[in-house]
Write a protein that binds this ligand. Structure first.
Ligand SMILES: [Zn+2]
Length: 313
């Protein structure tokens, strides 16, 4: 190849690099929310190749003796990018990964943190093992290249609720079940930051496929509120300092519960329920129609059964 042709090819590569979609679109961006505490806010969208599956919020606490990472994102690649960002920002390696629950947008980055211990509630580890193959196949289909080389790394150890020391840095772990059947909540009493996992959604409609029941979930929100946090990190949507995220989640779940119950009491079919208008105050939440349709397909039959057979939803 002539020198001229080589130079031409290099020039073409530079032009293509400029035209290519920026890789930065999927790079995790750490935003400070309290001393030594950061959050990566996921996109308020469905999981998709465009957002590399980065739709859940991730938390970072630098203890001085290593970093506690709260949820690891959707893939090995994303986890590796996150690890590099964390090291650049804090100068500390990730030593502990806490999985708040088993949903794929929260746990498939585990694999990237080879030198960290991955911890979760026992129920979360069981659910991950049970659903691993289905979640992997689904993410491979949805994320394509962004999921390449990813395998689910199960937790190394189950954690019990209570106060735990991470390199001398105390965190309170609380066990709930309202969103997924096993939901780990992390409270940092020193900074007042509460990592609520998917028990709380903010400006983004709640996902309900694995809830043991909306009533149970709503009751747990009262327990969360009693923790007297100052900063709420929801599982999805912006960090909240006003108590708005918890109130919004409670309002939506209570409406959904009432709505399905009323419709089922009248014998409405799922199609009829789908046509009922969404209250104005929820219309602006991201993925409102999408999540309502999903909730309808997996939750509404429980309400119908209760009215038909007297079973509790
Ligand atoms: Zn979830």
């Amino acid at each position: 190849m002539s020198r001229h042709a080589r130079r031409g090819r290099a020039g073409l590569a530079a032009v293509l690099a400029l035209l290519a979609p920026p890789l930065l679109a999927c790079e995790p961006e750490l935003t400070p929310v309290a001393p030594a505490t950061w959050v990566v806010e996921g996109a308020r969208e469905e999981i998709a190749a465009d957002n590399c599956g980065l739709i859940a919020n991730l938390g970072v606490i630098a203890t001085g003796e290593g970093v506690v990472l709260i949820d690891s994102g959707p893939s090995r690649t994303l986890g590796e990018a996150l690890e590099a960002e964390i090291m650049a920002l804090t100068g500390q390696p990730v030593r502990w990964v806490l999985n708040t629950h088993h949903h794929p947008d929260h746990v498939f980055g585990n694999q990237a943190f080879a030198n960290a211990e991955v911890l979760a509630l026992a129920g979360t580890a069981e659910a991950m093992a049970r659903d691993a193959a289905a979640f992997e196949a689904n993410l491979r289909r949805l994320l394509g290249e962004a999921f390449a080389g990813t395998r689910l790394r199960l937790p190394d150890r189950a954690v019990a609720p209570g106060r735990h020391d991470f390199g001398g840095y105390p965190l309170e772990l609380h066990a709930f079940r309202g969103h997924s059947g096993a939901d780990l909540v992390i409270f940092d009493a020193a900074t007042g930051v509460l990592f609520a996992g998917d028990l709380v959604f903010h400006q983004r409609t709640a996902t309900t496929p694995h809830t043991p029941g909306l009533q149970a979930w709503i009751e747990e929100l009262d327990r969360l509120e009693a923790l007297r946090y100052r900063v709420m990190v929801p599982g999805h949507g912006p960090v909240d300092h006003e108590g708005a995220a918890l109130a919004q989640t409670r309002d939506y779940l209570a409406w959904l519960d009432r709505h399905f119950d009323e419709q089922a009491s009248r014998g409405a079919t799922a199609n009829q329920v789908r046509e009922a208008p969404l209250p104005e105050r929820f219309a602006g939440l991201a993925l409102a129609e999408y999540e309502l349709t999903r909730s309808l397909s997996h939750l509404y039959p429980r309400y119908e059964q209760r009215w038909l057979w007297g079973e509790a939803p």
